[in-house]
Design a protein around this ligand. Structure first.
Ligand SMILES: [Cu+2]
Length: 594
């Protein structure tokens, strides 16, 4: 059966594009929470966020009213804007950031991708107790890096309701990336529903927001193209697995509106340029639950930075990025107007903005691409290693507790450390109700752009294209190896690591200054952007060469990747999937460095 060939045509009638209003955004801040003397502004507009710079920054967390879709809702804001103010700081500076919480519940701010002492990392329960109502917490740390980063709340669903902003750190010396002008492009997602309600609905029915379920019409198309037995067995296979071949993202435009610098697609954020100028775009995926596929039709993008780290320039038509990741690109626009188009991975909607030479010019907005069904490679990985559905390469049994071997020991022998181990070791804890799929023949290639981007005729960035410009600092070889499996059960909307949700797990231990190799093996059908706090994740190629320094690494379905990390500070760190609902459902581990 060749599922690679199946493409689902866009069934527009079943889609609802929540495009938002032409005018929307933050309406007002609740007056009773506005504190005298704060840098708080009422009626802050969305669009490009206000900018704050210097060595002392004051931020106030409050509730503000917003209207993105025609209904007034309450958002959680920082200094009254969505996105939160862009902080423009300087490498080498010691900064003091005073954060006042005027909410009636605890809050926090985490500095995403920043190397700092763990007490400043902003994760309640690990770094500190959180910022209590009415309290001001003073963050103080030295900036030891430069580039494009961001910050967000690490409390409840506050990030999803508006608490995210760009953090730009200018290099101490002259920036080697030269541009005539630059824009921060922060993409996010917004829901008018209470995020807790959305999460609860997913817990009851994991595919509730999947509008791309196969239809009767799809079946008849398969029938005419493939014949009866093939069409039937394809159906049967998916039904037996109790999964959908279109589970590309579990939250969609059924409940989300996609924002571009806080602007809905209809509001159409705009950035101006002069022809021939070199424009730097600092893309930040500040969404809670959305992967975006970004392109600028008719304009090539040269990727010069990923996760704040300069990379060897690579010119592409398109890139995919998940929550937590950042990419800086250079473009040299020659026409009058361009659409910056960011369609969502499950193809139900998009965020967009316009680059133009004048305020009144627009470029066409492309249609979203058709949904592509997950292929065998997304469930089973590398087919050339043998194995098939019927031979149990993918064990989808709901009661797989009895296994011949208990391979709970993940650490391999010392001799294996030159290159990442390829021998799959499922932990005994993976044979439980939290896991509905295990991949025994993972793929280790990094040159796959991922489902939906494989054959679209465009040059799409892949992880294999990325090489840190300065090389990877600390080129140590690992002294230990940790293998962890990203696991889930779609029916229960359970997400976990090694089959253990956060509440049942014990911390991962690392030694200060000891280089360790981490192998992440994805036993699910979704891509997870895995974010390790407080230290770098130096991604390795298949052949064991260290390629690129990241803070958030997307791991595709049935993929096995490895990275090296050397903790530079003791403490308690968070390590989690940056899809907020996955993190909350349990794909989260504590890392203790001692
Ligand atoms: Cu995830």
């Amino acid at each position: 059966m060749d599922d690679n060939k199946f493409k689902l045509p866009a069934s527009i009638s079943r889609r609802r594009f929540v495009q938002g209003l032409a005018v929307g955004g933050v309406i007002a801040s609740f007056p009773h929470v506005v504190r005298a003397g704060s840098s708080f502004k009422d009626n802050a507009a969305t669009g490009s966020a206000p900018e704050l710079s210097g060595k002392v920054i004051e931020l106030t967390i409050a509730e503000s009213l917003v209207n993105f879709t025609g209904v007034v809702r309450t958002a959680t804001t920082i200094n009254g804007s969505i996105p939160a103010p862009t902080l423009r700081l300087r490498e080498g500076d010691e900064v003091t950031i005073k954060v006042t919480n005027t909410l009636s519940v605890p809050s926090s701010i985490h500095w995403h991708g920043i190397i700092l002492p763990y007490q400043m990392d902003g994760v309640p329960g690990l770094s500190f107790k959180g910022i209590m109502p009415g309290e001001t917490f003073v963050y103080k740390f030295k900036l030891q890096q430069s580039g494009t980063y961001w910050y967000h709340s690490h409390s409840g669903f506050q990030e999803m309701t508006g608490m995210y902003g760009a953090l730009i750190i200018e290099p101490r010396e002259q920036d080697i990336i030269v541009a005539d002008r630059e824009y921060v492009v922060q993409l996010s997602d917004w829901t008018d529903d209470d995020p807790m309600k959305v999460f609860s609905k997913l817990k009851v029915q994991g595919d509730i927001y999947n509008y791309n379920q196969p239809t009767v019409r799809d079946f008849f198309r398969d029938l005419s193209e493939k014949g009866l037995s093939s069409a039937l067995s394809k159906r049967k296979m998916w039904q037996e697995m109790r999964m959908s071949p279109t589970d590309l993202g579990d939250v969609s435009s059924a409940v989300l509106t996609y924002l571009f610098n806080g602007s809905t697609p209809l509001a159409n954020w705009r950035g101006l340029f002069k022809k021939g100028e070199k424009v730097r775009l600092r893309f930040i995926n500040g969404a809670s639950n959305t992967f975006f596929d970004v392109r600028i039709p008719e304009l090539q993008m040269t990727v010069v930075q990923s996760d704040g780290q300069n990379v060897h320039p690579v010119t592409v038509d398109e890139f995919r990025f998940g929550p937590g990741e950042t990419y800086d690109v250079l473009v040299t626009p020659q026409s009058d107007a361009y659409t910056i188009f960011a369609q969502t991975i499950e193809r139900t909607g998009y965020a967009r903005g316009t680059l133009a030479v004048a305020d009144n010019i627009n470029a066409p907005v492309p249609a979203v691409d058709p949904v592509e069904w997950l292929a065998m490679a997304d469930m089973m990985g590398n087919m050339s290693h043998g194995g098939s559905m019927t031979e149990g390469a993918m064990d989808h049994s709901q009661h797989g507790a009895a296994m011949p071997m208990d391979l709970s020991q993940h650490a391999g022998p010392a001799a294996a450390y030159a290159k990442a181990s390829t021998q799959v070791r499922h932990a005994s804890t993976e044979y439980g109700p939290s896991v509905d799929m295990r991949v025994d023949t993972p793929r280790t290639n990094l040159d796959d752009p991922g489902i939906g981007l494989r054959n679209n005729g465009r040059k799409v960035l892949t992880l294999s294209d990325l090489h840190s410009l300065e090389g990877v600092i600390e080129p140590q070889r690992p002294e230990a190896e940790i293998e962890l499996h990203l696991t889930g059960n779609m029916e229960r909307y359970s997400w976990s690591i090694d089959g253990l949700e956060f509440g049942q797990s014990t911390p991962v231990h690392m030694k200060l200054h000891q280089c360790v190799r981490v192998i992440l093996h994805n036993d699910t059908m979704m891509t997870h952007p895995m974010h390790l706090h407080g230290m770098w994740s130096d991604l390795e190629s298949e052949s064991g060469e260290v390629q690129v320094r990241r803070h958030t690494i997307p791991v595709q379905p049935a993929q096995r990747i490895s990275f090296l990390t050397t903790p530079h500070d003791v403490g308690r760190w968070a390590w989690h999937c940056h899809l907020l609902f996955h993190m909350d459902a349990g794909m989260f581990r504590e890392v203790v460095v001692s």
